[in-house]
Design a binder for this molecule. Structure first.
Ligand code: G4P
Length: 525
């Protein structure tokens, strides 16, 4: 197969949801379609979680939440599908954000009884920032659900995007009969716990009397009425609106019962974007450029605690990646070749000789990579879109075991390279400050420092509001600012100046008094 065909057949996406809406279950079912896994019977997701790839960190098993982000690839009908899993817990929002920089589209799972929940709203904001096309899967129709029209209104309002149903549920809960596929005009009947895949029954039209052979006349009448309403209320579906991130196609189903999943997958494969161009600081990189380029969006540490090795997840942006070929590590200005890059197929990792745009490869790493690093065939360019955000919570981190100070600082450095949290060094007292999105990360850091590096740490309270990265052309004013605010100045991991404001009032005063300085809550502006 040619290079361009290889790119065109790739679909790289993430499934996002509020915890418990059914992301893990849907992922598993998609893998099932791809023949990537074989699970018989309706599987409980807690059972799935024990075996799913998204579960390779001990800490995650302990806490039962998806701390790690993993990649699952499979082949289906000539397509190469790459699903990037994201941690559902909100304290790991930054990890999820970085994963979203590596995908070309997103499927959002919504619980049909609960509707749009907080975490989904936040994640959707990230999709909007990046103009990522989204599709919505409304899940758990086998349980008593909200009215489908109300759900659509809610999605439209809460996620602030126009919607267009492409399938329609027939009843819900104990009365759930099935789904009418508006996109291809097929009727799919629901049998609880069915794992055999239904071919569906095709009708030229929802008004076909033949439908009544399969569902009662009453149910058919309601369906006809509702589909007519859908066609009247919602504009005709245009794929381009979806690709432009202006409209979200919506599907209904039940992931647990494997119902409505194939309709979602097949439509997704047909219309979801192929690998898109990526922005660097100097230019836009097109996937079909012959020379390889890619960036690290995630680092996964110590899957085997006996080995300090890490795995850097690289998204291939252009060209063909080849094993044992020299590539430029742009930040280090160093040529490197990789003898054992891995691809992620279902729940397995295996060494690959080549990878194409849209693919994710894992590169075993002993400490050369940081999140955001670029790899190229020689061009010195830096991919954009992986900024640090101001943390929400801050604490001083101190050594609790004087015999292990070396281990502690190595551990902290490596955890920061992985993007677990952010480190700032106060320019006033030289103390290290850890900034996180959620409280859980402090526990994760403490746990991992102890178990992976043998180092103990202790936290001291510090009252801070935001970290601000500074930008100005007026060096004199900057020097003056740094002198006057020396107590609040720190350096980030890359040595950039950061102002740690202790309240919104203080920040406002600083903005008023130093008009030539811009204060940014992200490191990329
Ligand atoms: P998540 O990754 O988004 O957190 O959700 P996950 O797939 O783990 O699903 C959460 C729970 O919802 C699981 O229940 C799962 O079986 C159930 N679930 C998923 N899809 C459906 C569906 O279509 N219908 C119904 N009825 N349930 C569904 P669980 O593992 O038994 O845990 P819990 O119920 O004790 O939380």
């Amino acid at each position: 197969m040619g290079f361009i065909e290889e790119i065109k057949r790739r679909r790289t996406f993430a499934i996002i949801s509020h915890p418990d809406a059914g992301k893990t279950t849907l992922t598993e079912k998609l893998l099932l379609f791809g023949g990537a896994i074989h699970v018989a019977g309706a599987v409980k997701s807690n059972k799935i979680k024990k075996t799913a790839t998204s579960d390779f960190m001990e800490i995650e098993k302990q806490r039962g939440i998806s701390v790690a982000t993993s990649v699952m690839g499979f082949e289906y009908d000539g397509y190469k599908v790459n699903i990037l899993d994201t941690p559902g817990h909100q304290d790991f929002a930054e990890d999820t954000f970085r994963t979203l920089t590596a995908v070309d589209s997103v499927i959002i799972v919504v619980d049909a009884a609960k509707g749009v929940e907080s975490q989904t709203r936040k994640l959707m904001e990230v999709c909007r920032m990046r103009n990522t096309p989204v599709m919505v899967f409304i899940n758990k129709l086998d349980r008593p659900s909200k009215d489908p029209f109300d759900l659509l209104d809610e999605v439209e309002e809460e996620l602030n995007i126009k919607v267009r149903p492409l399938s329609w549920p027939i009843g819900n809960g104990p009365q759930f009969k099935g789904v009418y596929n508006i996109y291809n005009k097929g009727l799919y009947l629901f049998t609880p716990n069915q794992q055999v895949l239904d071919e569906g029954i095709n009708f030229s039209d929802v008004n076909s009397p033949a439908i009544e052979e399969y569902i009662s006349k009453d149910a058919a009448d309601v369906l006809r009425e509702e589909v007519e309403l859908v066609e009247g209320v919602y504009p005709e579906f245009k794929v381009q609106d979806y690709l432009d991130a202006k409209l979200a196609p919506v599907f209904f189903g039940s992931a647990l019962n494997n119902f409505g999943v194939r309709e979602l997958l097949e439509c997704f494969l047909q219309i979801a974007p192929t690998p898109l161009p990526s922005q660097t600081e100097s230019r836009l990189v097109n996937p079909d450029e012959p020379k390889f380029s890619g960036f690290v969006f995630k680092i996964h540490a110590n899957m085997d605690p006996n080995h300090r090795n890490r795995l850097a997840f690289v998204k291939v942006c252009s060209g063909k990646f080849e094993r044992n070929t020299n590539y430029l590590h742009v930040r280090l200005g160093k040529n490197m070749k990789f003898s054992s890059p891995t691809a992620f197929m279902a729940q397995k990792k295996s060494i690959v000789d080549e990878a194409y745009p849209g693919d994710i490869i894992g590169i075993p790493d002993s400490g050369n990579f940081k999140i955001g690093d670029s790899l190229t065939s020689g061009e010195k360019m830096q991919f954009k879109g992986l900024p640090s955000f101001s943390p929400e919570l801050f604490r001083y981190i101190e050594n609790a075991d004087p015999m292990k100070s070396k281990q502690l600082s190595k551990g902290i450095d490596q955890l920061m390279d992985e993007g677990v949290a952010q480190l700032f060094v106060s320019q006033f007292n030289g103390r290290k400050i850890i900034g996180t999105v959620g409280a859980l990360q402090f526990e994760v850091i403490q746990y991992r420092l102890l178990h992976e590096y043998g180092a103990s740490c202790r936290y001291d309270a510090i009252n801070l509001y935001k970290a601000c990265w500074l930008k100005t052309d007026n060096m004199e004013e900057l020097q003056d600012f740094k002198k006057r605010k020396s107590q609040y100045m720190a350096k980030d991991k890359s040595g950039r100046d950061v102002f740690l404001a202790d309240s919104s009032y203080m920040l406002q005063m600083a903005q008023n008094n130093f008009k030539n300085i811009e204060f940014h809550f992200t490191s990329e502006f």
